[in-house]
Design a protein around this ligand. Structure first.
Ligand SMILES: *[C@@H]1O[C@H](CO)[C@@H](O)[C@H](O)[C@H]1NC(C)=O
Ligand SMILES: *[C@@H]1O[C@H](CO)[C@@H](O)[C@H](O)[C@H]1NC(C)=O
Ligand SMILES: *[C@@H]1O[C@H](CO)[C@@H](O)[C@H](O)[C@H]1NC(C)=O
Ligand SMILES: *[C@@H]1O[C@H](CO)[C@@H](O)[C@H](O)[C@H]1NC(C)=O
Ligand SMILES: *[C@@H]1O[C@H](CO)[C@@H](O)[C@H](O)[C@H]1NC(C)=O
Ligand SMILES: *[C@@H]1O[C@H](CO)[C@@H](O)[C@H](O)[C@H]1NC(C)=O
Length: 654
């Protein structure tokens, strides 16, 4: 389902991993930078298009440099996502490095990456003073690259015992202190007992790491550096952190961090304390766990009435199997009064009240379980029942009776999004509510695609499948249901009752049957345009629109820089920031690009939406190359058969 070549998880480092053996003492910044190179690696994969990759890489690198030079920071991240060849970049200078040296190191590193890695879609290089890394995916919060590397100097100290003691104590303190500092960096020194040596050491984590990831990364650097002793210097790095010690000064004494307040109880037997802490922590954990188990048991046996009202125990159970009788009673024999909405691809939906008082939505589907067998259905239902996310409609249970499969969902008081956007529902959504619906829907989809243990592609994202709870936050309905259908019924060409609404379906899926997560990205983009404009995608026709679809209108307005005009004119312009509104349109357009690989993954969409600062927004290309499959998104769709081939299909998505 994923495309080959640009699959980020397959991304692997190799080939050029060169470890510079010599650890020369860094006497001053005048030292040849090259001699301080620690590790360099290039991805074995090229970008899909050298041109796009180069453009994105340049955008990312120049943004990193700008941040380092004008923002006076020693850590910067940036990314460019244009045209599918995404480049996520990170640059970091050690805390003791001055601004000019940081920039010099950065420039040197960039030149080395360019000459060594060419158009590889990922690379990193580590020097003593700085490191740079880029990849085709978001790696900022990751702390490890293949377990890291270590280098020890060949020279050993004659004062072995003293050095060992001082260096180990210092490094151990640093690993405790670094995660507790605000900038994840600490530098400190320690003299040998009665001796004449001073050990200099630093530890540093990437700022995007969580505190616990920083602690884990630094701790493993400490453990590996300890094996260097009694070498006079050593350095160790991993994707998320860097640690170094040397008996030769490499920072000034006035650049030291005061780490004593960060060392907790500050007693001399820190190892003992840590072990004690871990053992103690585990014991406490057991006690807490035992208490919870005991409590939940007592609660279950004595007060299950109580739980029902909050639904908390139900949450922890697997799918409930309801009897047909229960559901019949709950829905008043599936009466018309209880019917919700106009039904959908999968059958009618009824509002029901279970015996315990819970209100639910019961979907009566015509899915005959026989085609692929009950085992299959049971398995799929188990998978679907275990999806728990605040923006995904929970499947509470089911019931199988004859040719019918009944699905019991949580009930959403506010119905579906389409009623708000263009139904007769007089309620209108304000800008903030629309924003939250877009954001929540994106997060729900990202969960289905990337975080749930099984990738679930929805394939039918549209406003009527986005339900709103009593706070008007979205919950996506009907995910995974298409998987319950027999294989031969899943394609659009089949005459399913109320079959998938073509305007929301990605062209490559509609015509070629090519399924990927990007199919949902596309539909999501269309829905975003509808949410922003308050218009229906195929019904947007008015005097201005010239019979264009909503998507065409959006592209045309974008081309002339007028895309703010797309925003629903019933909204009060004081409610929203024009920049934010424009940005949302741009995100929608990115999602609906005809080139599948150019559409962002839903997790990237989540990042784009949530970012408050818009200066790194990649521009959207509205002009496409000849080799793009251009497909009509319109009424003729359902008549096209699935054996249409890519090379001959030349319709326009614009
Ligand atoms: C360190 O030792 C290794 C292996 O013994 C050797 O290849 C390398 O040249 C030495 N480096 C220096 C700077 O002496
Ligand atoms: C940089 O150093 C590496 C090994 O330390 C060496 O192979 C490479 O040729 C050097 N490059 C330059 C430009 O000096
Ligand atoms: C990217 O930057 C490099 C170096 O500055 C330059 O040679 C190259 O032409 C740029 N590529 C693009 C596509 O802008
Ligand atoms: C940059 O920041 C450092 C501390 O992080 C500070 O000492 C220095 O004065 C700053 N430089 C400028 C130009 O603001
Ligand atoms: C440091 O002390 C050791 C003995 O403890 C001695 O051999 C060495 O010469 C001293 N080094 C310096 C630079 O004073
Ligand atoms: C990474 O950290 C930077 C600076 O601390 C922050 O601006 C950015 O949002 C973070 N990015 C991610 C993906 O966490």
């Amino acid at each position: 389902m994923k495309q080959q070549g640009d699959n980020p998880t397959l991304w692997s480092w190799c080939l050029l991993v060169t470890i510079t053996i010599a650890v020369g003492p860094v006497r001053s910044q005048q030292t040849d930078r090259n001699s301080t190179r620690f590790a360099i690696a290039c991805s074995q994969y090229k970008g899909m298009s050298e041109e796009y990759l180069a453009t994105n890489l340049n955008t990312t690198l120049s943004s990193l440099r700008r941040q380092l030079s004008t923002n006076n920071v020693s850590y910067a991240t940036s990314r460019a996502l244009l045209n599918g060849d995404a480049v996520w970049g990170l640059a970091s200078c050690r805390g003791y490095v001055s601004r000019p040296d940081c920039l010099a190191c950065f420039d040197y590193a960039v030149s080395q990456l360019r000459s060594s890695c060419g158009s590889a879609n990922g690379a990193f290089v580590f020097y003593d003073d700085c490191d740079i890394r880029y990849e085709n995916r978001n790696f900022f919060a990751e702390s490890t690259v293949r377990g890291g590397s270590l280098q020890c100097s060949n020279d050993s100290s004659t004062q072995e015992t003293e050095l060992r003691k001082a260096a180990d104590g210092l490094l151990s303190d640093l690993r405790t202190a670094v995660p507790k500092t605000t900038n994840f960096y600490a530098a400190s020194t320690r003299g040998t007992v009665g001796g004449n040596l001073t050990v200099y050491a630093i530890g540093q984590c990437n700022l995007n790491l969580s505190q616990s990831d920083c602690a884990g990364c630094i701790n493993s650097r400490y453990i590996s550096l300890d094996t260097c002793l009694p070498s006079v210097s050593g350095r160790s790095m991993d994707g998320g952190c860097f640690m170094k010690y040397s008996i030769t000064p490499f920072f000034r004494l006035d650049q030291r961090t005061d780490i004593t307040p960060l060392l907790g109880d500050g007693d001399s037997s820190k190892k003992g304390a840590i072990i004690g802490g871990v053992v103690g922590g585990v014991c406490i954990l057991f006690v807490v766990l035992a208490f919870f188990l005991w409590r939940s048991r007592t609660k279950k046996s004595t007060s299950s009435q109580l739980d029902k009202s909050t639904g908390s125990t139900v949450l922890l159970q697997g799918p409930a199997r309801y009897s047909y009788d229960d559901l019949r009673k709950a829905t008043d024999d599936f009466s018309d009064e209880n019917k919700l909405g106009g039904g959908g691809v999968f059958g009618e939906v009824y509002k029901g009240t279970l015996r315990n008082g819970d209100t639910v939505a019961v979907k009566k589907t015509v899915m005959a379980a026989s085609t692929r067998g009950n085992i299959h259905i049971d398995h799929e239902l188990k998978i679907l029942c275990n999806v728990h996310h605040r923006h995904l409609l929970r499947l509470v249970g089911y019931c199988s009776k004859g040719p019918h499969l009944f699905l019991v969902h949580e009930y959403m008081t506010n119905g579906s999004l389409d009623q708000f956007l263009y139904g007769d529902n007089s309620k209108k959504l304000n800008w903030r509510q629309r924003y939250e619906i877009i954001y929540g829907t994106a997060r729900g989809l990202a969960y289905l695609h990337e975080q749930y243990h099984e990738t679930i592609i929805h394939r039918d994202i549209k406003p009527s499948n986005i339900l709103l709870d009593n706070e008007l936050l979205p919950k996506i309905a009907d995910f995974g249901l298409i998987r319950l259908l027999p294989e031969d019924k899943t394609h659009l060409t089949t005459k399913l009752p109320g079959s998938l609404e073509s305007a929301y379906v990605a062209p490559e899926y509609a015509i070629l049957g090519q399924l990927s997560e990007k199919v949902d990205t596309y539909s999501f983009g269309i829905v975003v345009l509808e949410i922003i404009s308050g218009k229906k995608c195929i019904n947007a026709k008015d005097e201005e629109s010239d019979n264009q679809s909503l998507l065409d209108q959006a592209w045309n307005l974008y081309d002339s820089g007028m895309h703010l005009k797309l925003v629903d004119d019933t909204l009060d312009p004081s409610e929203y920031e024009p920049e934010e509104a424009k940005r949302m349109v741009e995100i929608a357009l990115m999602c609906t690009q005809p080139t599948v690989s150019a559409r962002p993954a839903m997790s990237e969409v989540v990042t784009l939406i949530s970012e408050k600062s818009f200066d790194e927004m990649p521009s959207v290309k509205s002009t496409f190359h000849d080799d793009d499959v251009k497909i009509q998104v319109g009424d003729t769709l359902s008549s096209l058969s699935s054996d249409a081939t890519g090379s001959t299909t030349q319709v326009s998505a614009r």
